[in-house]
Design a protein around this ligand. Structure first.
Ligand code: E4P
Length: 215
């Protein structure tokens, strides 16, 4: 399973990339706005750090505008992936871009039918949002199960990025279901390291070692 970092924060990307944990990065307009930096500048910097795919989202809502933005964004670096919203116009853009060999990530996916449409349009990745479904009382992980099942029924090559990840259980369940990728906020990724028995174990080993040295 691949881990993408869901952030536009360059310092955090560097920190986790140095641990070998970053297979790619996803950004969205909200995450870029949070950093208060120029969009092209921040995507350029992320691509200079991370070898894997880096998703940059278009702002236009019409296919023509999306394609125009995409063609500019891919000039930044080879690993730029164009993030496109799940709309009719979006799928028109995905279809055009896939024929040009431009990789796309269809975002704001909330049903298996939407994921299927994105795959048929030629999307490289689909991003179902589990946390936002949980927020409205639906089971986000159930959606991942459905998409994995549908894609495997037809040998669909589009990769599933579990998005809107809010806690470590989303990561574990994604891995158990067999999703290709989870895109994880850095605070959630940091939590994966933690276990009280690990901390207690280290403290006990050190205590025993000090006792032995003082004998
Ligand atoms: C990733 O591609 C999405 O932009 C992101 O995971 C959305 O997460 P949120 O629902 O926490 O904003």
């Amino acid at each position: 399973m691949k881990f993408f970092l869901d952030t536009a924060n360059v310092e955090k990307i560097k920190e986790f990339n140095d641990l070998g944990l970053v297979d790619g990065v996803t950004t969205n307009p909200s995450l870029v706005a949070k950093e208060g930096r120029d969009f092209h500048e921040v995507i350029t910097e992320i691509c200079s750090i991370v070898e894997g795919p880096v998703s940059a989202e278009v702002i236009a809502l019409d296919a023509e505008g999306m394609v125009k933005e995409a063609r500019e964004l891919v000039k930044i670096a080879e690993n730029v992936v164009i993030k496109i919203p799940m709309t009719k116009e979006g799928m028109k853009a995905v279809n055009t871009l896939s024929k040009e060999g431009i990789n796309t990530n269809v975002t704001l996916v909330f049903s298996a039918n939407q994921a299927l449409l994105a795959a048929k349009a030629g999307a490289t990745y689909v991003s179902p949002f589990v946390g936002r479904l949980d927020d409205i009382g639906q089971d986000g992980m159930q959606l991942i199960q459905e998409i994995v099942e549908v894609f495997s029924n037809y040998g669909i090559a589009t990769e599933i990025i579990v998005a809107s990840v809010r806690h470590p259980m989303h990561v574990l369940e994604s891995a158990r279901i067999g999703a290709d990728i989870a895109t994880i906020p850095f605070d959630v990724l940091a939590k994966l390291f933690n276990h009280p028995l690990t901390d207690n174990g280290i403290a006990k080993f050190l205590k025993d070692w000090e006792g032995h040295m003082n004998r």
